[in-house]
Design a binder for this molecule. Structure first.
Ligand SMILES: *Cc1c(COP(=O)(O)O)cnc(C)c1O
Length: 222
């Protein structure tokens, strides 16, 4: 299937409540252009430098999402334009995003990444860390970031029950957080689900899926 066909097939299956982020990391600009021509306007990248280079040559009405782990010292390169940062898992990073957003006189939307998988290699906060973060005075004073939701990745496994359980846990945390609102906390986006598990994620309440290989084909890392 072409990129266009894959994209349109996936889009047709998604409920109206679910936003599609086309994960174009490692893919050439020509692939992104094909997805753009098919109507896609939200792209996800996991390296700030790569995202910035692609942005320079792509149409300006694209929303760029940073989905990977963010290095504090690179925030400055995306602060001017990034529309959503999915992988925020520390107050230190949030402070840096706030600082850089301020320089551009804007408010950057962020998702807090939760650790829901069994693997210890995946980044993210646990529930206690999440609560400590949003309760802290430092967090409450950040005026140039807006926490608009949560993001999580399930364990990489064929065990659907395991994956389902992890997504359900994240959804529960998401729901409990929705009752807490402040000037920089307004939780409405639940980013969960990738090519292999997005249907399970949607069943468990996902509002945003991040899909790469099912649209663009498998990635070759060299
Ligand atoms: C690469 C990546 C995706 C997309 O993965 P696919 O399996 O290709 O759909 C989604 N989320 C994150 C955080 C990623 O790094």
């Amino acid at each position: 299937m072409s990129i266009k066909e894959s994209l349109l097939t996936i889009k047709k299956e998604l409920p109206d409540t679910v936003t599609l982020v086309a994960v174009s990391k490692t893919k050439p600009v020509s692939d992104l252009e094909e997805a753009y021509a098919a109507g896609q306007r939200i792209f996800g990248e996991n390296k700030i430098q790569e995202m910035t280079q692609k942005r320079e040559v792509m149409p300006k009405d694209i929303q760029w999402h940073m989905i990977g782990h963010v290095q504090t010292n690179k925030v400055k390169y995306m602060a001017e334009y990034v529309s959503l940062v999915h992988g925020v898992d520390s107050l230190k990073l949030l402070k840096e995003i706030n600082k850089q957003a301020k320089k551009h006189n804007r408010v950057i939307n962020c998702l807090l990444q939760m650790h829901i998988a069994e693997e210890s290699t995946k980044f993210g906060l646990d529930k206690e860390e999440l609560n400590n973060l949003i309760d802290s005075d430092i967090f409450k004073a950040l005026e140039n970031i807006n926490v608009v939701g949560l993001m999580g990745m399930a364990t990489f496994t064929d065990d659907k029950n395991q994956v389902k359980k992890e997504f359900a846990t994240l959804k529960e945390i998401f729901s409990s957080l929705q009752s807490i609102k402040s000037t920089n906390l307004d939780v409405k986006i639940l980013s969960m689900g990738m090519s292999g598990d997005y249907k399970l994620a949607i069943d468990q309440g996902s509002t945003m899926v991040r899909i790469g290989s099912s649209i663009f084909g498998s990635r070759n890392y060299s």
